[in-house]
Design a protein around this ligand. Structure first.
Ligand SMILES: [Zn+2]
Length: 236
């Protein structure tokens, strides 16, 4: 690297966001449904908005596409992914494998008081945003509840997979949500934390499975999002 290039990079890292911060901001916008599935992400525009080089934007986008959150289409650009019905079902199947096991592990190892407080704080914030009718924040917080749980598990891989699966779940909700249904059924998070606090593994596992079933059932996965309208049948 030449001296001037190094200097330029120093200046940039002092004023602009890091690759990680940019990725987190884009992810946050996806979680809040501000960037719906199918949205094209243009490097130049993002570089201007974040005040960084296109290289940094490209790195941030590459990371998210590696996790399946974004899809890079050759010669077309980078888009927010649109999971198919089959992929949506697989996301829930994967969560059904991971999350009950995680509950069992947390009950066995025990969750510290400050960790329980963190979970309950997330629930309180969610209640607040629900009362305000702030649907975007509610969806983000209810997803974050599950990521928080995974992060308590001390297994970095599980934490990473859960973050990825929760991001995909947000996209699935954006695509297949029946109008007016509010993310995770709220009181169920409270019951899950209560079971963790009581270290009741069987109840915690059962509640988590039931909860994931409820979330999946609020979605309209019977109809593919990209189903072609049969105009002949429609207007016959
Ligand atoms: Zn939930």
């Amino acid at each position: 690297m030449t001296k001037s290039a190094a200097n330029a990079q120093d200046v940039e890292s002092a004023t602009g966001s890091s690759v990680e911060e940019i990725g987190d901001k884009i992810l946050g916008a996806i979680w809040e449904h501000r960037l719906p599935p199918g949205t094209k992400l243009v490097e130049e525009k993002l570089a201007a908005v974040f005040g960084v080089s296109r290289t940094k934007i490209r790195l941030a986008l590459a990371r998210l596409s590696h996790d399946g959150i974004l899809t890079i289409e050759p010669n077309r650009g980078t888009f927010v992914s649109s999971p198919t019905v089959e992929q949506a079902r697989q996301v829930f199947d994967a969560r059904r494998l991971l999350e009950p096991a995680l509950m069992r592990e947390l009950c066995n190892t025990g969750v510290r008081r400050e960790q329980l407080q963190r979970l309950r704080k997330n629930i309180a914030l969610e209640t607040e945003s629900r009362t305000r009718n702030d649907r975007r924040t509610t969806i983000r917080l209810s997803g974050e509840f599950h990521v928080l749980l995974a992060e308590l598990g001390q297994n970095a891989y599980v934490g990473r997979y859960m973050r990825e699966l929760c991001s995909l779940t947000c996209l699935v909700i954006a695509l297949y949500d029946a109008p007016g249904t509010p993310a995770c059924p709220h009181h169920e998070h409270v019951a899950i934390v209560d079971a963790l606090e009581a270290r009741d593994a069987d109840t915690a596992c059962a509640l988590m499975l039931e909860h994931l079933g409820h979330v999946e059932n609020t979605l309209r996965l019977e109809m593919p999002a990209d189903a072609e309208v049969d105009f002949a049948a429609l207007f016959a």
